[in-house]
Write a protein that binds this ligand. Structure first.
Ligand code: FEO
Length: 396
Protein backbone atom coordinates (compact mmCIF):
# COMPACT_ATOMS: atom_id res chain seq x y z
CA UNK A 1 0.00 0.00 0.00
CA UNK A 2 1.08 3.55 -0.64
CA UNK A 3 1.45 6.28 1.93
CA UNK A 4 1.18 10.00 1.55
CA UNK A 5 4.39 11.94 1.98
CA UNK A 6 2.61 15.27 1.54
CA UNK A 7 -0.42 16.68 -0.31
CA UNK A 8 0.96 15.84 -3.73
CA UNK A 9 3.56 13.09 -3.30
CA UNK A 10 2.67 9.50 -2.43
CA UNK A 11 5.13 6.65 -1.91
CA UNK A 12 4.01 3.64 -3.93
CA UNK A 13 6.90 1.23 -3.69
CA UNK A 14 7.59 -2.20 -2.25
CA UNK A 15 9.30 -3.01 1.03
CA UNK A 16 11.19 -6.25 0.43
CA UNK A 17 11.57 -7.73 3.91
CA UNK A 18 12.85 -11.07 2.61
CA UNK A 19 15.67 -9.86 0.40
CA UNK A 20 19.00 -11.31 1.54
CA UNK A 21 21.06 -10.88 -1.63
CA UNK A 22 21.08 -8.12 -4.23
CA UNK A 23 22.89 -7.76 -7.58
CA UNK A 24 22.72 -11.53 -7.89
CA UNK A 25 24.81 -12.74 -4.97
CA UNK A 26 27.12 -9.72 -4.96
CA UNK A 27 25.56 -7.68 -2.16
CA UNK A 28 24.21 -9.02 1.13
CA UNK A 29 21.09 -7.30 2.36
CA UNK A 30 20.92 -8.30 6.01
CA UNK A 31 18.07 -5.87 6.62
CA UNK A 32 16.13 -6.34 3.41
CA UNK A 33 15.51 -3.39 1.13
CA UNK A 34 12.81 -1.39 -0.56
CA UNK A 35 12.12 -0.24 -4.10
CA UNK A 36 10.67 3.24 -3.77
CA UNK A 37 8.39 4.61 -6.44
CA UNK A 38 6.70 7.98 -6.08
CA UNK A 39 3.43 9.29 -7.48
CA UNK A 40 3.13 13.05 -7.91
CA UNK A 41 -0.35 14.50 -8.38
CA UNK A 42 -0.47 18.06 -9.72
CA UNK A 43 -2.37 19.21 -12.84
CA UNK A 44 -0.34 16.45 -14.44
CA UNK A 45 0.27 13.09 -12.81
CA UNK A 46 3.81 11.75 -12.73
CA UNK A 47 5.20 8.39 -11.65
CA UNK A 48 8.86 8.38 -10.63
CA UNK A 49 10.53 4.97 -11.00
CA UNK A 50 8.88 1.59 -10.45
CA UNK A 51 9.88 -1.59 -8.59
CA UNK A 52 11.74 -4.83 -9.27
CA UNK A 53 9.99 -7.14 -11.74
CA UNK A 54 8.92 -9.89 -9.25
CA UNK A 55 6.73 -7.29 -7.58
CA UNK A 56 5.22 -5.90 -10.81
CA UNK A 57 1.72 -7.28 -10.31
CA UNK A 58 1.60 -6.19 -6.70
CA UNK A 59 2.85 -2.76 -7.75
CA UNK A 60 0.16 -2.35 -10.41
CA UNK A 61 -2.57 -3.48 -7.98
CA UNK A 62 -1.38 -0.97 -5.37
CA UNK A 63 -1.05 1.77 -7.96
CA UNK A 64 -4.64 1.17 -9.04
CA UNK A 65 -5.77 1.67 -5.45
CA UNK A 66 -4.23 5.15 -5.63
CA UNK A 67 -5.19 6.24 -9.11
CA UNK A 68 -6.70 5.23 -12.42
CA UNK A 69 -3.46 4.26 -14.19
CA UNK A 70 -4.69 5.94 -17.39
CA UNK A 71 -4.46 9.26 -15.53
CA UNK A 72 -0.65 9.00 -15.39
CA UNK A 73 0.64 11.65 -17.80
CA UNK A 74 4.37 11.09 -17.47
CA UNK A 75 6.74 8.41 -16.20
CA UNK A 76 10.21 9.38 -15.02
CA UNK A 77 12.85 6.66 -14.89
CA UNK A 78 15.81 8.08 -13.01
CA UNK A 79 17.81 4.89 -13.50
CA UNK A 80 17.18 1.95 -15.78
CA UNK A 81 18.56 -0.85 -13.60
CA UNK A 82 15.93 -3.55 -13.24
CA UNK A 83 15.22 -2.96 -9.56
CA UNK A 84 13.68 0.38 -10.58
CA UNK A 85 12.44 -0.27 -14.09
CA UNK A 86 11.27 -3.88 -13.66
CA UNK A 87 7.55 -3.09 -13.47
CA UNK A 88 7.59 -1.04 -16.68
CA UNK A 89 6.62 -4.04 -18.83
CA UNK A 90 3.37 -4.57 -16.91
CA UNK A 91 2.72 -0.86 -16.58
CA UNK A 92 3.25 -0.07 -20.25
CA UNK A 93 0.75 -2.75 -21.24
CA UNK A 94 -1.86 -0.47 -19.65
CA UNK A 95 -0.52 2.87 -20.88
CA UNK A 96 1.67 2.07 -23.90
CA UNK A 97 1.98 5.62 -25.22
CA UNK A 98 2.77 7.41 -21.99
CA UNK A 99 6.07 9.27 -22.30
CA UNK A 100 9.01 7.94 -20.31
CA UNK A 101 11.42 10.70 -19.27
CA UNK A 102 14.97 9.48 -18.88
CA UNK A 103 18.50 10.26 -20.01
CA UNK A 104 19.73 9.34 -23.47
CA UNK A 105 21.74 6.52 -21.94
CA UNK A 106 18.68 5.49 -19.92
CA UNK A 107 16.61 5.08 -23.08
CA UNK A 108 19.35 2.99 -24.65
CA UNK A 109 19.60 0.71 -21.61
CA UNK A 110 15.81 0.37 -21.27
CA UNK A 111 15.65 -0.68 -24.93
CA UNK A 112 18.43 -3.19 -24.20
CA UNK A 113 16.60 -4.62 -21.23
CA UNK A 114 13.05 -4.77 -22.49
CA UNK A 115 13.32 -4.57 -26.31
CA UNK A 116 10.35 -2.23 -26.50
CA UNK A 117 10.08 0.96 -28.49
CA UNK A 118 8.32 2.95 -25.80
CA UNK A 119 7.79 6.69 -26.05
CA UNK A 120 11.12 7.78 -24.61
CA UNK A 121 11.73 11.47 -23.98
CA UNK A 122 15.43 12.03 -23.49
CA UNK A 123 16.33 14.75 -21.00
CA UNK A 124 19.49 16.56 -19.96
CA UNK A 125 20.59 18.49 -16.90
CA UNK A 126 18.47 21.62 -16.50
CA UNK A 127 15.54 20.41 -18.58
CA UNK A 128 12.27 21.26 -16.88
CA UNK A 129 8.91 19.51 -17.02
CA UNK A 130 6.01 21.75 -16.05
CA UNK A 131 3.38 19.71 -14.24
CA UNK A 132 1.05 22.48 -13.02
CA UNK A 133 1.84 24.35 -9.83
CA UNK A 134 5.11 22.49 -9.59
CA UNK A 135 8.01 21.83 -11.90
CA UNK A 136 10.35 18.88 -12.25
CA UNK A 137 13.99 19.65 -13.00
CA UNK A 138 16.23 16.87 -14.27
CA UNK A 139 19.86 16.60 -13.19
CA UNK A 140 22.05 14.02 -14.93
CA UNK A 141 24.18 12.06 -12.47
CA UNK A 142 26.17 9.85 -14.78
CA UNK A 143 28.12 7.03 -13.06
CA UNK A 144 26.26 7.42 -9.79
CA UNK A 145 26.35 4.55 -10.28
CA UNK A 146 25.42 3.77 -13.91
CA UNK A 147 25.94 5.96 -17.00
CA UNK A 148 22.20 6.62 -17.23
CA UNK A 149 21.54 7.76 -13.66
CA UNK A 150 19.79 11.07 -13.07
CA UNK A 151 18.13 12.90 -10.20
CA UNK A 152 14.78 14.67 -10.42
CA UNK A 153 14.01 17.76 -8.34
CA UNK A 154 10.45 18.79 -7.47
CA UNK A 155 10.29 22.55 -6.98
CA UNK A 156 7.79 23.96 -4.55
CA UNK A 157 8.00 20.86 -2.36
CA UNK A 158 11.82 21.02 -2.53
CA UNK A 159 12.22 17.27 -2.89
CA UNK A 160 15.21 15.61 -4.53
CA UNK A 161 14.41 12.19 -5.98
CA UNK A 162 17.92 10.79 -5.93
CA UNK A 163 17.37 7.17 -6.96
CA UNK A 164 20.29 5.02 -5.70
CA UNK A 165 22.15 8.06 -4.34
CA UNK A 166 21.70 8.43 -0.56
CA UNK A 167 19.88 5.08 -0.52
CA UNK A 168 20.29 2.13 1.79
CA UNK A 169 19.24 -1.49 1.63
CA UNK A 170 17.13 -1.13 4.72
CA UNK A 171 13.55 -2.33 5.08
CA UNK A 172 11.59 -0.40 7.69
CA UNK A 173 7.90 0.24 8.14
CA UNK A 174 8.80 3.68 9.54
CA UNK A 175 10.13 5.00 6.22
CA UNK A 176 11.66 8.26 7.54
CA UNK A 177 15.19 8.85 8.78
CA UNK A 178 14.09 10.41 12.06
CA UNK A 179 11.95 7.40 12.98
CA UNK A 180 14.48 4.58 12.62
CA UNK A 181 17.46 3.38 14.64
CA UNK A 182 20.26 5.77 13.69
CA UNK A 183 22.97 3.12 14.10
CA UNK A 184 21.21 0.73 11.72
CA UNK A 185 20.46 3.50 9.25
CA UNK A 186 24.04 4.71 9.05
CA UNK A 187 25.43 1.17 9.00
CA UNK A 188 23.32 0.45 5.91
CA UNK A 189 23.94 3.84 4.26
CA UNK A 190 27.71 3.42 4.71
CA UNK A 191 27.64 -0.17 3.51
CA UNK A 192 25.77 0.99 0.41
CA UNK A 193 28.31 3.73 -0.26
CA UNK A 194 31.33 1.50 0.43
CA UNK A 195 30.16 -1.38 -1.76
CA UNK A 196 28.53 0.50 -4.63
CA UNK A 197 29.65 4.12 -4.83
CA UNK A 198 33.30 4.05 -3.73
CA UNK A 199 34.72 3.89 -7.30
CA UNK A 200 32.67 6.95 -8.22
CA UNK A 201 33.71 9.15 -5.31
CA UNK A 202 35.10 11.87 -7.58
CA UNK A 203 31.77 12.04 -9.42
CA UNK A 204 29.96 12.13 -6.06
CA UNK A 205 31.94 15.19 -4.95
CA UNK A 206 31.48 16.92 -8.33
CA UNK A 207 27.74 16.24 -8.35
CA UNK A 208 27.27 17.53 -4.81
CA UNK A 209 29.20 20.68 -5.73
CA UNK A 210 27.09 21.10 -8.86
CA UNK A 211 23.82 20.69 -6.96
CA UNK A 212 25.01 23.08 -4.24
CA UNK A 213 25.82 25.68 -6.90
CA UNK A 214 22.22 25.52 -8.15
CA UNK A 215 21.09 26.80 -4.73
CA UNK A 216 18.06 24.56 -4.74
CA UNK A 217 16.44 24.34 -1.31
CA UNK A 218 16.24 20.68 -0.27
CA UNK A 219 13.60 19.82 2.34
CA UNK A 220 13.55 16.12 1.62
CA UNK A 221 15.63 13.52 -0.21
CA UNK A 222 13.62 10.60 -1.53
CA UNK A 223 15.95 7.79 -2.65
CA UNK A 224 14.81 4.63 -4.39
CA UNK A 225 16.01 2.29 -1.64
CA UNK A 226 15.41 2.51 2.07
CA UNK A 227 14.16 5.37 4.16
CA UNK A 228 13.42 8.95 3.14
CA UNK A 229 15.63 11.73 4.51
CA UNK A 230 13.20 14.36 5.83
CA UNK A 231 14.91 15.38 9.08
CA UNK A 232 17.92 17.52 8.18
CA UNK A 233 18.40 15.83 4.78
CA UNK A 234 21.66 17.70 4.32
CA UNK A 235 23.18 15.36 6.93
CA UNK A 236 23.45 12.55 4.39
CA UNK A 237 24.91 14.90 1.77
CA UNK A 238 27.56 15.91 4.31
CA UNK A 239 28.23 12.25 5.07
CA UNK A 240 28.66 11.54 1.36
CA UNK A 241 31.22 14.36 1.17
CA UNK A 242 33.14 12.67 4.05
CA UNK A 243 32.84 9.21 2.53
CA UNK A 244 33.89 10.39 -0.91
CA UNK A 245 36.99 12.12 0.48
CA UNK A 246 39.28 9.13 1.06
CA UNK A 247 37.32 8.22 4.16
CA UNK A 248 39.10 6.42 6.96
CA UNK A 249 38.77 5.88 10.67
CA UNK A 250 41.58 5.01 13.07
CA UNK A 251 41.33 1.35 12.19
CA UNK A 252 43.46 -1.51 10.95
CA UNK A 253 41.69 -4.51 9.46
CA UNK A 254 43.39 -7.89 9.21
CA UNK A 255 41.70 -10.10 6.62
CA UNK A 256 42.97 -13.66 6.38
CA UNK A 257 42.16 -17.17 5.27
CA UNK A 258 43.94 -20.20 6.65
CA UNK A 259 44.12 -23.90 5.78
CA UNK A 260 45.48 -25.31 9.05
CA UNK A 261 45.37 -22.29 11.35
CA UNK A 262 48.97 -21.17 10.83
CA UNK A 263 47.95 -18.00 8.99
CA UNK A 264 45.20 -17.45 11.59
CA UNK A 265 47.76 -17.59 14.39
CA UNK A 266 49.94 -15.16 12.45
CA UNK A 267 46.96 -12.78 12.09
CA UNK A 268 46.27 -12.89 15.81
CA UNK A 269 49.89 -12.25 16.74
CA UNK A 270 50.12 -9.37 14.25
CA UNK A 271 47.07 -7.90 16.01
CA UNK A 272 48.80 -8.35 19.39
CA UNK A 273 51.80 -6.49 18.08
CA UNK A 274 49.62 -3.65 16.82
CA UNK A 275 47.70 -3.22 20.07
CA UNK A 276 50.85 -3.50 22.20
CA UNK A 277 52.22 -0.50 20.34
CA UNK A 278 49.05 1.54 19.90
CA UNK A 279 46.19 1.44 22.38
CA UNK A 280 43.96 3.78 20.38
CA UNK A 281 43.72 2.06 17.04
CA UNK A 282 40.76 -0.24 16.39
CA UNK A 283 41.94 -3.63 15.15
CA UNK A 284 39.53 -6.01 13.45
CA UNK A 285 40.41 -9.56 12.47
CA UNK A 286 38.22 -11.20 9.84
CA UNK A 287 38.39 -14.66 8.29
CA UNK A 288 37.48 -13.99 4.67
CA UNK A 289 36.19 -17.53 4.08
CA UNK A 290 33.77 -17.37 7.00
CA UNK A 291 32.58 -13.76 6.77
CA UNK A 292 30.23 -11.75 4.63
CA UNK A 293 32.21 -10.21 1.77
CA UNK A 294 30.30 -6.92 1.84
CA UNK A 295 30.90 -6.56 5.57
CA UNK A 296 34.61 -7.08 4.84
CA UNK A 297 34.39 -4.23 2.34
CA UNK A 298 32.76 -2.03 5.00
CA UNK A 299 35.71 -2.66 7.32
CA UNK A 300 38.17 -2.05 4.48
CA UNK A 301 36.39 1.24 3.70
CA UNK A 302 36.76 2.33 7.34
CA UNK A 303 40.44 1.39 7.63
CA UNK A 304 43.67 3.32 7.28
CA UNK A 305 45.57 0.05 6.89
CA UNK A 306 44.45 -3.31 5.56
CA UNK A 307 46.55 -6.43 6.07
CA UNK A 308 45.71 -9.45 3.95
CA UNK A 309 46.91 -12.94 4.73
CA UNK A 310 46.64 -16.25 2.99
CA UNK A 311 48.28 -19.62 3.05
CA UNK A 312 49.97 -20.48 -0.24
CA UNK A 313 48.08 -23.07 -2.27
CA UNK A 314 48.93 -24.28 -5.77
CA UNK A 315 51.43 -21.43 -6.13
CA UNK A 316 48.66 -18.94 -5.42
CA UNK A 317 46.31 -17.64 -2.76
CA UNK A 318 43.21 -19.19 -1.19
CA UNK A 319 40.00 -18.60 -3.09
CA UNK A 320 38.38 -16.35 -0.47
CA UNK A 321 41.51 -14.17 -0.50
CA UNK A 322 41.36 -13.94 -4.29
CA UNK A 323 37.71 -12.90 -4.05
CA UNK A 324 38.40 -10.15 -1.51
CA UNK A 325 41.33 -8.86 -3.54
CA UNK A 326 39.16 -8.73 -6.67
CA UNK A 327 36.48 -6.74 -4.86
CA UNK A 328 39.03 -4.35 -3.38
CA UNK A 329 40.60 -3.79 -6.79
CA UNK A 330 37.24 -3.04 -8.41
CA UNK A 331 36.23 -0.57 -5.75
CA UNK A 332 39.32 1.62 -6.37
CA UNK A 333 39.88 2.74 -2.80
CA UNK A 334 42.02 5.83 -2.38
CA UNK A 335 44.44 6.76 0.38
CA UNK A 336 44.78 3.32 1.93
CA UNK A 337 47.87 1.42 3.05
CA UNK A 338 48.38 -2.31 3.10
CA UNK A 339 50.66 -5.29 3.49
CA UNK A 340 50.50 -9.07 3.17
CA UNK A 341 51.31 -12.08 5.29
CA UNK A 342 50.83 -15.83 5.30
CA UNK A 343 52.23 -19.23 6.07
CA UNK A 344 53.61 -21.61 3.48
CA UNK A 345 55.12 -25.05 3.07
CA UNK A 346 57.41 -24.95 0.04
CA UNK A 347 56.87 -22.45 -2.79
CA UNK A 348 55.31 -19.63 -0.70
CA UNK A 349 54.09 -17.19 -3.37
CA UNK A 350 50.95 -15.93 -1.58
CA UNK A 351 52.52 -12.98 0.24
CA UNK A 352 54.15 -11.64 -2.91
CA UNK A 353 50.99 -12.13 -4.98
CA UNK A 354 48.81 -10.34 -2.42
CA UNK A 355 51.31 -7.47 -2.28
CA UNK A 356 51.20 -7.14 -6.07
CA UNK A 357 47.41 -7.11 -6.07
CA UNK A 358 47.28 -4.47 -3.35
CA UNK A 359 49.70 -2.37 -5.35
CA UNK A 360 47.49 -2.70 -8.44
CA UNK A 361 44.56 -1.64 -6.29
CA UNK A 362 46.28 1.65 -5.45
CA UNK A 363 47.33 0.77 -1.91
CA UNK A 364 50.54 2.19 -0.49
CA UNK A 365 52.57 -0.88 0.47
CA UNK A 366 53.94 -0.51 3.99
CA UNK A 367 56.23 -3.54 3.90
CA UNK A 368 57.07 -6.38 1.51
CA UNK A 369 55.06 -8.53 3.92
CA UNK A 370 55.90 -11.37 6.23
CA UNK A 371 55.65 -15.10 5.71
CA UNK A 372 56.39 -18.07 7.92
CA UNK A 373 57.29 -21.65 7.01
CA UNK A 374 54.87 -24.38 8.14
CA UNK A 375 53.37 -23.95 11.58
CA UNK A 376 54.83 -20.85 13.27
CA UNK A 377 56.72 -21.50 16.52
CA UNK A 378 57.04 -18.92 19.28
CA UNK A 379 59.98 -17.28 17.54
CA UNK A 380 57.98 -16.96 14.33
CA UNK A 381 54.98 -15.60 16.25
CA UNK A 382 57.23 -12.99 17.83
CA UNK A 383 58.26 -11.95 14.32
CA UNK A 384 54.55 -11.50 13.57
CA UNK A 385 54.19 -9.34 16.72
CA UNK A 386 57.12 -7.23 15.52
CA UNK A 387 55.47 -6.98 12.11
CA UNK A 388 52.34 -5.67 13.87
CA UNK A 389 54.41 -3.06 15.71
CA UNK A 390 55.96 -1.97 12.43
CA UNK A 391 52.51 -1.62 10.89
CA UNK A 392 51.43 0.90 13.55
CA UNK A 393 54.07 3.30 12.25
CA UNK A 394 52.04 3.58 9.04
CA UNK A 395 49.15 5.11 10.98
CA UNK A 396 50.91 8.46 11.25
FE1 FEO B 1 18.98 0.39 -7.24
FE2 FEO B 1 21.40 0.83 -9.51
O1 FEO B 1 19.81 0.18 -8.87
Amino acid sequence: MGFRINDIVTWIGKIDWELKKFHGDEYSTHKGSSYNSYLIRDEKVVLIDTVWEPFSREFIINLKKEIDIKEIDYIVINHSEVDHSGALVELMKEIPNTPIYCTKSGAKILRGHYHQDWNFVEVKTGDILDIGEHKLTFIEASMLHWPDTMFTYLSGENILFSNDGFGQHYASEFMYNDKVDQGELYQEALKYYANILTPFSKQVLNKIEEISSLNLPIDMICPSHGIIWRDDPIQIINKYIEWASEYKENQITIIYDSMWNATRRMAECIAEGITSNNKEVVVKIINSAKSDKNDIIVETFKSKVVLIGSSTINNGVLSSTASVLEMIKGLKFKGKKGAAFGSYGWSGEATKLITEELKKSGFEIISPGTRELWNPDEEALNRCRDFGKLITEALN
